[in-house]
Design a protein around this ligand. Structure first.
Ligand code: ATP
Ligand code: MG
Ligand code: MG
Length: 554
C-alpha cells in the first residue's frame, strides 16, 4: 500500500492528514443521481471513493442525489445499489439528499432571516436576461430588496403549494457583479408539482443541486467531496453555502475535482443512454452492448476486470478519451485465468470419420483450464460424426493454412489426428460434409509414438450426436465512430452500428447443458462467452464477452 504511488486526489487527503486533520474523521461518499443506471465512467468515481475508504479504513456513504423528482425513480436506486454491491464495495450508510429536505428548508429560512436569500417572482427568462456576461455585471432583480417578512411569507406559501411552477423561486443574495457567474444570486429552490419517489407529495419546492450537495455533505460529515471538473466553478458557491451553516466544531467538507472519463466508441451520459433505451436501439439498460455496469455484467465482464481497468486508467486532472480496447484487455486477462475452456462450434461443418466404427462412442479426458490446475478436467464424448468450424476446412490451401485441407492432417483437440480424404457439396457448390480418416493410435495423452506426432494445426470440435444446440449472440461495437458524441453538427444516434448484434445457432459440448446465467467460459479458439440471463436448460443462450485477440488492433 505504501509503495503504490499516490494520485493527486490521494495527495490532497495525505496533505490534510499531515496538517493535522484527524484520520478518524475521514469520510467519503459516492453520490449518484438516481436518474439512470451506473456506467463505466461511474466505476472510476466508485473506485476512487471506495478505494479511499479502504486505504484509510474510513466510512464511505452511498448518497442518492435525489433532488429532481422529474427524472428520478426507485428502479434506478435499486439498480445502483445492485451494481455497487456487485463490484464488491460496501457502503457505510445509505443516504438520500431527500432525507434532508426539512433541514435544508430550515436553513433556507435562516438565510432569509439574515437577508441572504429572497423570493424572486420573475420568469426564468427574465432572470437569465439579467445575469450579465463574465465581463459585465448583472442587473439586480426588482425583487432583490424584498423585506424579510414578505420573503418568509412567500417562501412558506411556495412550500404550501399556493403557486404554480415557475411563479416564484428562492435565490441566494450574493453578488450580481461577481466574476463567477454562479455567484450572481443563484437559485436555491424551484416549484415542481411532481411526486418524488421517496417523499411523494410532501414537497412541491425542491432544492437545487448547489444548495443541496454541500449541505448534504455537511449533514453526513463527509470530509472530502470529490466531483468531476465541471463543478470546479461551483466550488466557490459550495463554500459560500457551507459558510452560512457550519459549526466550527464540526467537520467542514472539502470539495475537490477530477476529470470526467470519456471512452472511445460509446457514450456515457445518462441522458444519452436513456435515449438508446427509450428509442429501442438496445433492449434495455442492461443490454450487453451498453457501457453500463449492468450491461457489462450481462456481457460477461467480471468485477475484477472493471476495477483493474478503473485503477489502471486512474484519476486525471484533464479530460481525455480512454480507448475501450483497454477495457477488453482487462476482461481477457481476468477470464484467461478463471474461465473453463470448452468446445463450441459456431458455424458448423459435418465431419465423418469413415474408419471409426459406426454407432460407437468414447469419452476423452479434457483439461478445464491450463492456467488453473485446481480447475480439474472433464469427459468429452467422441464419435464417428463431428462438427468443426466451416472456415477450418478448405479443399485446397497454401502452406500457411494450418487447418484442414484435402490430403492434410490436423489434430482434434484432446482427441485424434485426422486426415481429410474427400468432401461433399450441395447444388450451389457449398461444402456440406468432409470425409476423413482418423489415426486410432494418435489419441492425445495416450503416450504412444503416434500421439506425440506433431501436426501443424489443432482444431476444436464437438461430437455431432452429443452436441447441444445453443443460441449465441455476437456483439460488435454499438458505435463505429470513435467519438459518437463529439461531432458538432451531427447527433450521436447517427453513428449507431446497425450490425452490432448477430444471433447465430451453435453446437456446444454436452457439459454445457447445465450452465446457468453468468457462468463464464472460453470457447476454445473463439473467445470468451457467458450464459445470458434469458438462458434456460431448454434453450441455452450465450453472449460473446470478447474475442480471444483484439480484432481491432492493426
Ligand atoms: P451523467 O452525465 O452521466 O448523468 P452525472 O455526473 O450527472 O453524469 P451522477 O449520477 O451525478 O452522474 O454521478 C455520480 C458521481 O460519478 C459524480 O461524482 C460524478 O462526478 C461521477 N461521474 C459521473 N460520470 C463520470 C465519468 N464519466 N467519469 C468519472 N466520474 C464520473
Ligand atoms: Mg446528471
Ligand atoms: Mg450529478
Amino acid at each position: 500500500e505504501g509503495s503504490k504511488s499516490l494520485n493527486f486526489i490521494e495527495h490532497i487527503v495525505e496533505e490534510d492528514l499531515s496538517n493535522g486533520f484527524a484520520k478518524e474523521k475521514l469520510r467519503f461518499r459516492f453520490p449518484p443521481e438516481p436518474n439512470g443506471y451506473l456506467h463505466i465512467g461511474h466505476a472510476s468515481s466508485i473506485c476512487l471513493n471506495f478505494g479511499l475508504g479502504l486505504r484509510y479504513k474510513a466510512p464511505v456513504n452511498l448518497r442518492f442525489d435525489d433532488t429532481n423528482p422529474a427524472k428520478e425513480e426507485q428502479e434506478y436506486v435499486d439498480a445502483i445499489k445492485r451494481d455497487v454491491e456487485w463490484l464488491g464495495f460496501k457502503w457505510d450508510t445509505e443516504c438520500f439528499a431527500s432525507d434532508y429536505f426539512q433541514q435544508l428548508y430550515d436553513w433556507a429560512i435562516v438565510l432569509i432571516k439574515q437577508g441572504k436569500a429572497y423570493v424572486d417572482s420573475q420568469s426564468s427568462a427574465e432572470i437569465a436576461a439579467q445575469k450579465g456576461t463574465p465581463t459585465e455585471a448583472g442587473k439586480p432583480s426588482p425583487f432583490r430588496e424584498r423585506s424579510v417578512e414578505e420573503n418568509l411569507e412567500l417562501f412558506q406559501a411556495m412550500k404550501e403549494g399556493k403557486f404554480k411552477e415557475g411563479e416564484h423561486v428562492l435565490r441566494a443574495k450574493i453578488d450580481m457583479a461577481s466574476s463567477n457567474m454562479l455567484m450572481r444570486d443563484p437559485l436555491m429552490y424551484r416549484i415542481l408539482h411532481r411526486p418524488h419517489h421517496r417523499t411523494n407529495t410532501d414537497w412541491c419546492i425542491y432544492p437545487m443541486y448547489d444548495w443541496a450537495h454541500g449541505e448534504s455533505d455537511y449533514v453526513e460529515q463527509v470530509s472530502h467531496s470529490f466531483c468531476t471538473l465541471e463543478f470546479a466553478m461551483h466550488r466557490e458557491l459550495y463554500d459560500w453555502f457551507l459558510d452560512q451553516v457550519v459549526d466550527e466544531n464540526k467537520v467542514r467538507p472539502k470539495q475537490r475535482e477530477f476529470a470526467r472519463r470519456n471512452f472511445s466508441h460509446t457514450v456515457v451520459s445518462k441522458r444519452k443512454l436513456l435515449q438508446l433505451v427509450e428509442q429501442g436501439f438496445v433492449s434495455g439498460w442492461d443490454d450487453p452492448r451498453m457501457p453500463t455496469i449492468s450491461g457489462l455484467r450481462r456481457r460477461g465482464y467480471t468485477p475484477e476486470s472493471l476495477i483493474n481497468f478503473a485503477n489502471t486508467i486512474g484519476i486525471a486532472k484533464r479530460e481525455n478519451v480512454v480507448d475501450v480496447s483497454l477495457l477488453e484487455f482487462h476482461v481477457r486477462e481476468h477470464l484467461n485465468k478463471i474461465a473453463p475452456r470448452v468446445m463450441a462450434v459456431l458455424d458448423p461443418l459435418k465431419v465423418v470419420l469413415t474408419n471409426y466404427p459406426e454407432g460407437e462412442e468414447e469419452w476423452l479426458e479434457a483439461e478445464n483450464n491450463p492456467e488453473d490446475e485446481a480447475a480439474g478436467s472433464r469427459q468429452l464424448p467422441f464419435s464417428r460424426e463431428l462438427y468443426i468450424e466451416k472456415d477450418d476446412f478448405k479443399e485446397e490451401a497454401n502452406r500457411k493454412f494450418f487447418r484442414l485441407k484435402l490430403g492434410g492432417e490436423v489434430r482434434l483437440k484432446n482427441g485424434y489426428i485426422i486426415k481429410a480424404e474427400s468432401c461433399t457439396k450441395d447444388a450451389d457448390g457449398n461444402i456440406t460434409e468432409v470425409q476423413c480418416t482418423y489415426d486410432p493410435k494418435s489419441k492425445s495423452g495416450s503416450g504412444t509414438e503416434e500421439s506425440l506426432r506433431k501436426v501443424k494445426g489443432t482444431l476444436h470440435w464437438v461430437s455431432a450426436p452429443h452436441a447441444v444446440s445453443a443460441e449465441v449472440r455476437l456483439y460488435d461495437r454499438l458505435f463505429m465512430d470513435e467519438t459518437p458524441d463529439g461531432h458538432k453538427d451531427r447527433d450521436f444516434l447517427e453513428f449507431i452500428n446497425k450490425d452490432s448484434l448477430q444471433v447465430i445457432n451453435a453446437f456446444v459440448e454436452p457439459s454445457l447443458k447445465n450452465a446457468v446465467p453468468e457462468d463464464r467460459f472460453q470457447f476454445q479458439r473463439t473467445g470468451y462467452f457467458n450464459v445470458d440471463k434469458e438462458s434456460t436448460s431448454e434453450k441455452l443462450i450465450f453472449n460473446r464477452t470478447v474475442g480471444l485477440r483484439d480484432s481491432w488492433a492493426k
